[in-house]
Design a protein around this ligand. Sequence first.
Ligand code: SF4
Ligand code: MG
Length: 315
Amino acid sequence: ISHLTRIFDVSKPWLNRVIERRPKALLTAVSDISFEVEEKTTYALVGESGSGKSTIGKMVVGLLKPTRGDVTIGGVDLLRETDRAKVETARSDIQMIFQDPYASLNPRWRVRSIINEPVAARGGDTKGLAEKLLEQVGLSSEDASKFPHEFSGGQRQRICIARALASEPKLIVCDEPTSALDVSVQAQVLNLMSDLKDEFGLTYLFISHDLTVVQHMADKIGVLYLGRLVEEATPKDLFDDPKHPYTQMLLAAAPKMDGFGREVDPPQGEIPDPINPPSGCAFHPRCPLAVDRCKQEHPEMRHLRNARVACHLAE
Ligand code: SF4
Ligand code: MG
């Protein structure tokens, strides 16, 4: 999948309406990303902010349409399948949990309505549903009558998880689900998610900026840099034998991470302007190994030992 995003000039708000249809620039937010998430596994997409990870998540759940490419779940091509009923069923198999549990819950609704809404909207049976799900995410059935503001951040994220589960999804896209939470509750929410995965046979696409957060929960990790996948491997292979210089840089910075998703010192060098990405390998201005070829030729993703990697010198 690829995604071309239109960038508008927001420095002059009074001009916004005028320039609405005249994008300032086109940004290739995501380019030629290809990956497969196996059923009942966790695939983690890791990258710095601006690497395109949320854009990918949104394309998978259908909040954004890829400019080019396919999204397929259980054999159904979500963009090309012409049988609408098939697409709707497949779409309801995918749910999303967002980074900010405050923003994603309607403050005027009782928790019961929030959790039941997606099922009610499809005409499904919601009797006792919210109460049961609240217990499954470690809250109490009485919480169904309360409003979101009566809960802590971690509890609200549990409510978001319950709402996602209500649709009996197969795949849940989790976009930094714990990074807005206090350090002390992050591990609890991650543990809950991992228990629910086993209990409900879920598949996760887990988006994070922190390799150490996904190390223990992912079955496979894809490392993103400026909208492209640069390496994909199991956590063990990635941590024991990182093949891409950017992965090596991230791992070298890892001891400075707190392990709970807080922003830490970024790896050395600036992230280049994604509107004018560097030629050839986009990582070359920051890469300690770069050679002339790297400035001219974009490295394709290829298999190397147990991984996939996009670097001319990975060997
Ligand atoms: Fe570094 Fe070249 Fe590999 Fe890019 S292709 S990561 S610049 S060595
Ligand atoms: Mg993001």
